[in-house]
Design a protein around this ligand. Structure first.
Ligand code: UTP
Length: 306
């Protein structure tokens, strides 16, 4: 394996990535009124809440322990992953063993812990409140409202990069130049090396929502990260930024400078389902791939003759 050369390369002792933090304490204002009394992470795409897609990505990536950061009004998330003996019994008594098994699987798929962000003080702050539960080991972060379906989970790809190099990695994807002002954008230097080739870049800087003419690239941060535990010290040193929030991007900038950080152009497609249009796109595309509904849904869409 070639050596990574981040700005200041300080590879951490490599440990297996066993834990993932799922921040899910935001207010979801872009999706009001749907999110007035229900968590946006519980909005369903086809038949599953967003947070279940994210938890399934964790399991498919080898994660053993999920830490969900919740806040006020988010109890439905805990209920979803909790056991439901009365429902299971009802389904079994009515001959619906398959459904009972499906409900049971949600509870048993992985160990889930919860911690609470008392106020939505930003994504960086949400990650910081999980510090004690993560401890001194590397971990993944998956935004609770971004889904990346597909056979090769983005988190798995990042875990492979981290476990081979000992340097944190964040997923990025190309966005149209004229849309850079909607995303965190990375400034990176190509660092091609097998087996990842040109997908790997060494991060020089990260810029929050730059105008197209100021953007250092069109590579946008996607909502999946694998980070060494040193990120917590970086977060603790991060002052509130835009909107009085503690931004994860600001702490990642410190991490990139002090220990190095990869941007990894992952294979796959993400949907920002916390945004109404992103949610609709996810719904249509996942419904089209659904074994039970896909065929009829495709016929229906064609019949609309758009
Ligand atoms: P977003 O910025 O998409 O979430 O954060 P938000 O603030 O809920 O959304 P809008 O802009 O008001 O619609 C990405 C993820 O980080 C979590 C959110 O729950 C979401 O899953 N988050 C964000 C926190 O856990 N705490 C925060 O303080 C902010």
């Amino acid at each position: 394996m070639a050596n990574p050369k981040p700005s200041t390369p300080v590879p951490a002792p490599v440990h297996k990535v066993r834990k993932a933090v799922l921040p899910a304490a935001g207010l979801g204002t872009r999706f009001l009124p749907a999110t007035k009394a229900q968590p946006k992470e519980m909005l369903s795409v086809v038949d599953k809440p967003l947070i279940q897609y994210v938890a399934e990505e964790c399991v498919a990536s080898g994660i053993e322990h999920i830490i969900i950061v919740t806040g006020k009004g988010k109890n439905a998330i805990e209920d979803h992953f909790d056991s439901a003996p009365a429902l299971e019994r009802f389904l079994e008594d009515h001959g619906k063993k398959d459904l009972a098994e499906m409900v049971r699987k949600i509870t048993n798929m992985v160990q889930v812990s919860y911690t609470r962000q008392k106020e939505p003080l930003g994504l960086g702050h949400a990650v910081l409140v999980a510090r004690d539960l993560v401890g001194d080991e590397p971990f993944a972060v998956l935004l609770g409202d971004v889904i990346i379906p597909g056979p090769r989970p983005a988190t798995r790809q990042l875990v492979e990069v981290y476990e081979a190099t000992g340097v944190g990695a964040i997923a990025v994807e190309e966005v149209p130049r004229e849309k850079t002002h909607l995303y965190g954008i990375v400034a990176g230097d190509p660092a091609p090396q097998p087996p990842w080739g040109a997908r790997l870049q060494r991060i020089r800087d990260l810029v929050e929502k730059p105008k197209p003419e100021k953007a250092p690239s069109n590579l946008a941060i996607t909502g999946r990260y694998v980070l060494p535990p040193e990120i917590f010290d970086c977060l603790a040193r991060t002052k509130p930024g835009a909107g009085g929030e503690i931004q994860l991007t600001d702490a990642l900038r410190i991490l990139a400078q002090e220990r190095g950080l990869w941007a990894y152009i992952y294979e796959g497609v993400s949907y920002d389902a916390g945004d109404k249009l992103g949610f609709l796109k996810a719904t249509v595309e996942i419904a089209l791939q659904n074994a039970e509904l896909g065929g009829d849904f495709r016929k229906y869409l064609k019949s609309l003759q758009l």
